[in-house]
Design a protein around this ligand. Structure first.
Ligand code: COI
Length: 360
């Protein structure tokens, strides 16, 4: 994982004039912005429908200093990926689910969202316009970041008079890089991410800034990431800074329920289905820290993270080690999921959406 803009975007440039691919050193991809050629922008007045958006050159946008997003954080974002398959198709994974999640978030934050159809169309257009930035198979994916912001001015606390829906993309590797090995998590008992009735269950921009400090503290103590506990009791696990968590014991896979305080992950939902397909019993229920410490295996899921094994969890002075590697369920589920996403196996679930017109 790296910071916002790739430290040396220009050093990623390799050779000029290759039309199939942008000049990127694909071996060095991390999870940091590499600006691409185009983005999608659409606007609408509060309560009206979004105009047909436009693909425009990627770059800064101009909005009022009094915009609701700047002043009280009225914004939600999504994250999904475009994949280049071995047979040169460009595909998306369940983009309608992201469109629906944006609608739920918009409802919670009193924003006007694009329709699911417009959302998916905007994602397709943006990926197609930036097709040469989709990494070669096996080297990474094109991360797609749809953003809905209150762009109209609002001095008091109310919903903005105007909304901007934009989509930009960046080639990325997995968030917690495969080469960096399994995760060593700290259970965080000092900060809380979310509370009942708040916005923890939607992908609101305001959920993310407050987790930067706890994550930095955990990193400086040598951990790779942190796991938050529930605000009500401090006894149950909720989610990692940017992904959902699962524990495995015997044939039972358990994960915290979608009850408004954790993000309803699309990878989470897909992994639940895949685990059931191979005869695991999956329980969506409160999972206590005690159970976490007694689990055989722990892993996390997310669009940026994909499926990642957890090697150790530390809670107060106690450190527990879990099963990882070839024998771990997370390895099997990772392979099942990415084989569908990369077109290695037939998609029997209708999850993969091919973007038309991609063949050279
Ligand atoms: C994603 O997995 O798409 C996320 O949104 C996490 C992100 C904040 C890196």
């Amino acid at each position: 994982m790296t910071s916002s803009v790739h430290p040396s975007s220009s050093s990623l440039l390799t050779r000029e004039g290759d039309e199939k691919y942008a000049n990127v050193n694909w071996e060095e991809l991390g999870f940091a912005l590499i600006p691409t050629d185009y983005m999608y922008v659409a606007k609408c007045k509060q309560g009206e429908s979004f105009s047909e958006g436009k693909i425009v050159p990627y770059g800064d946008i101009s909005i009022s200093p009094c915009a609701a997003i700047f002043n009280h954080g009225q914004g939600i974002f999504e994250g999904l990926k475009a994949y280049r398959t071995e047979d040169e198709r460009i595909t998306l994974f369940r983009p309608d689910q992201n469109g629906l999640r944006m609608q739920n978030g918009a409802d919670r934050l009193c924003m006007t969202p694009p329709s699911v159809e417009q959302f998916v169309e905007a994602v397709k257009q943006t990926v197609l316009a930036n097709k040469k930035w989709v990494p070669p198979p096996g080297k990474g994916t094109l991360y797609v970041r749809p953003l809905l912001i209150g762009s109209g001015p609002m001095l008091g606390i109310a919903s903005a008079p105007e909304y901007t829906f934009l989509v930009y993309v960046s080639p990325v590797a997995e968030y917690h890089k495969v080469s960096s090995g399994p995760l060593n998590l700290e259970v965080n008992d000092k900060y809380r991410r979310s509370h009942a009735g708040g916005t923890g269950g939607v992908k609101s921009c305001i959920n993310y800034c407050p987790i930067v400090k706890p994550v930095l503290e955990a990193k400086s103590a040598g951990f790779s990431d942190i796991l938050f506990l529930d605000a009500a009791t401090g006894r149950n696990i909720e989610e990692i800074s940017t992904c959902n968590i699962f524990i495995v014991k015997g044939n039972i896979v358990s994960t915290p329920p979608i009850s408004g305080t954790i993000l309803p992950g699309i990878t989470r939902k897909s992994i639940i289905e895949l685990a059931r397909d191979i005869s695991y019993q999956v329980q969506e229920r409160d999972v206590s820290v005690d159970e976490l410490l007694e689990a055989e295996e722990v892993f996390c899921t997310g669009t940026a993270t994909v499926v990642k094994a957890v090697e150790t969890v530390t809670f107060h002075e106690k450190r527990v080690k879990y099963k990882t590697g070839e024998e771990a369920l997370s390895t099997k589920l990772y392979t099942m999921l990415t084989n569908i996403q990369m077109g290695v196996v037939e998609d029997k679930k209708g999850w993969v959406v091919e973007i038309d017109g991609c063949h050279d």
